[in-house]
Ligand binder design. Structure first.
Ligand SMILES: CC[C@H](C(=O)O)C(=O)SCCNC(=O)CCNC(=O)[C@H](O)C(C)(C)COP(=O)(O)OP(=O)(O)OC[C@H]1O[C@@H](n2cnc3c(N)ncnc32)[C@H](O)[C@@H]1OP(=O)(O)O
Ligand SMILES: [Co+2]
Length: 148
């Protein structure tokens, strides 16, 4: 397996509205999606697009803003330790999610739960931060070109 594209950086926040204002008004973001709830993951999410190397917005690495949703959100423990939020996870793309799963299992890395569909609508899994140099790491299958 080779290191794939950095698809997004997951950034936890106590207030997605405040974070949206920050990225728009302080950082000059020009393309931000509407927030949407993922109740099964216990988060409200939205994406801030950053320009790619040509300066085009929409194809570059995204900031994935995540706010806890509900009492049982996985994010609540993180927010207790980091009340202002901050960098939560990194997400790399792979061509084949099952091949990637075998790769990491073969290297003794703990995979957190089953492969499932993530916020981009493609299969993902998470790897435990303690096995990944301290970084909670999301692995995501690259969206197929003809995906609509
Ligand atoms: C946008 C939707 C997206 C998707 O599904 O597509 C998401 O939902 S992302 C947000 C929520 N989902 C997840 O984070 C799934 C994976 N996370 C987990 O399974 C847990 O959060 C886990 C196992 C990483 C940590 O579990 P928990 O928080 O309950 O336990 P601890 O607080 O005791 O953490 C154990 C140990 O890990 C350190 N830790 C926790 N979170 C992080 C982090 N984000 N980055 C780095 N390190 C982290 C924590 O400090 C503990 O270390 P210790 O030295 O023992 O204090
Ligand atoms: Co993510």
């Amino acid at each position: 397996m080779k290191l794939g594209r950095l698809n997004h950086i997951g950034v936890a926040t106590p207030s997605i509205e405040e974070s949206l204002r920050y990225y728009r008004d302080t950082m000059g973001a020009v393309q931000i999606t509407e927030p949407f709830d993922l109740p099964e993951q216990g988060v409200t999410v939205c994406f801030v697009d950053t320009p790619d190397s040509t300066g085009e917005v929409g194809k570059g690495t995204q900031i994935e803003l995540i706010e806890p949703l509900g009492e049982t959100s996985t994010l609540n423990t993180f927010m207790e330790k980091n009340p202002l939020g901050g960098q939560h996870h990194v997400c790399y793309e792979v061509e084949d999610i099952e091949e990637a799963r075998h790769w990491f299992e073969g290297r003794g890395k703990r995979i957190l739960g089953p492969t499932r569909i993530g916020a981009h609508g493609t299969p993902i899994f998470f790897l435990h931060p303690k096995d990944m140099m301290g970084q909670l790491t999301e692995i995501m299958e690259t969206p197929k070109k003809d995906a609509h």
